[in-house]
Design a protein around this ligand. Structure first.
Ligand code: SF4
Length: 341
């Protein structure tokens, strides 16, 4: 049996965001606005980060998006500096796609359990053991792992890309998320050999506790991210990426939704549909460890004060060796060039 690359609870940091008064939040937001203008910078934020940072990104001409759209937006925006509020692989992706721009982050300590759970040397050995397979990796990986891939995909396009590879008869080597990989395998019937990493947030959602919650809210629709376990996905009304979850919440006629993804997304869900009710899918129940309690500890490191201070110091710059970045660019570009549905 292959090694399990899920992170044990002891390796997951505990991050408790600081409590900030309304007055201080307003001051910090003004300070960040001023620094963005002074640095010719645009703020690109993920749906899982602090709601104030999401609002700032939208108010200052940046964007709040999933990792695919963050990458596209940063590449196409004319600002000379990109400020990426998210986790490190997102900053690295921005730098790969825009090598001539400066990429800053609130902190370089914001990692991802999938990225950590895919060490490049071990992954390279895995690819060398299966040279006949097309290597497809999730965006939640290091630059070195991306540079070993034929394709990089995000959860919003992964299924369609693998469907097209399977239609050409290509056997696939997939990494790192085992739940997303298994979901795509079931949906497409593709021949996929899976790495065994996991997201510490989504892996916590519990089937039985979710069934119990559905019995309490029988009219609710369940929306789930495909990094969740198969038993949870099997009973969801819609499975999709963060942007697809937001889209489903707007399109479906339901008034109540149970949502199995990081709770940072509730900020946009409630902004888009203020009259609808959104409930967190449970992470308690049998086998619960609550390594994250449905909020990514690394995404939580993106705090207003951290962002303001890092923009003053300009010291959290993402650097990617140019030759390695150029190698990682090719599989990323294939994804960005893949035709829309
Ligand atoms: S939510 Fe999961 S996949 Fe996303 S950055 Fe955190 S650990 Fe990684």
């Amino acid at each position: 049996m292959r090694k399990d690359y899920s992170l044990p609870a002891a390796q997951v940091p505990v991050h408790q965001p600081a409590t900030v008064s309304a007055a201080e939040r307003a001051l910090l937001k003004d300070e960040i606005r001023d620094r963005l203008a002074a640095l010719d910078a645009v703020l690109v934020a993920h749906y899982y980060v602090d709601g104030d940072i999401q609002d700032l990104a939208q108010e200052t001409g940046g964007c709040v998006a999933d990792s695919l759209e963050m990458a596209r937006f940063g590449r196409d925006h004319p600002a000379s500096t990109l400020v990426v509020a998210g986790v490190r692989f997102m900053g690295e992706t921005a730098k790969i796609l825009s090598p001539d721009k400066r990429v800053l982050m609130p902190t370089l300590s914001a990692e991802c359990s999938l990225d950590i759970g895919c060490p490049p040397d071990e992954f390279e050995a895995f690819t060398q053991a299966h040279p006949e397979r097309t290597v497809v990796v999730y965006a939640n990986t290091s630059v070195r792992v991306k540079a070993l891939a034929d394709w990089v995909v995000t959860s919003s396009v992964g299924l369609r890309i693998i469907e097209s590879l399977a239609a050409r008869g290509e056997p696939i080597l997939w990494a790192p998320d085992k739940h997303l990989g298994a979901y795509i395998q079931r949906a497409t019937g593709a021949d996929m050999l899976l790495w065994s990493g996991a997201c510490v947030v989504h892996e916590e959602f519990k089937f039985q506790a979710l069934k119990d919650l559905m019995a309490v809210y029988p009219d609710a629709a369940v929306l789930a991210h495909p990094e969740s376990p198969a038993a949870v996905l099997d009973i969801a009304d819609r499975v999709g990426s963060t942007s697809q979850i937001i889209q489903a919440s707007r399109e479906l006629p339901h008034d109540t939704f149970i949502v199995a993804t990081d709770r940072g997304i509730f900020h946009q869900l409630r902004k888009h549909s203020p009259d609808k009710r959104f409930i967190e899918a449970p992470t308690a129940g049998d086998g619960a460890t609550c390594r994250s309690c449905a909020h990514c500890p690394w995404m939580a490191m993106n705090e207003l004060r951290t962002l303001a201070e890092s923009l003053q110091r300009e010291d959290s710059e993402v650097l990617v060796a140019p030759a390695l970045g150029a190698k990682a660019m090719a599989p990323l570009k294939r994804m960005l060039d893949f035709p829309p549905p």
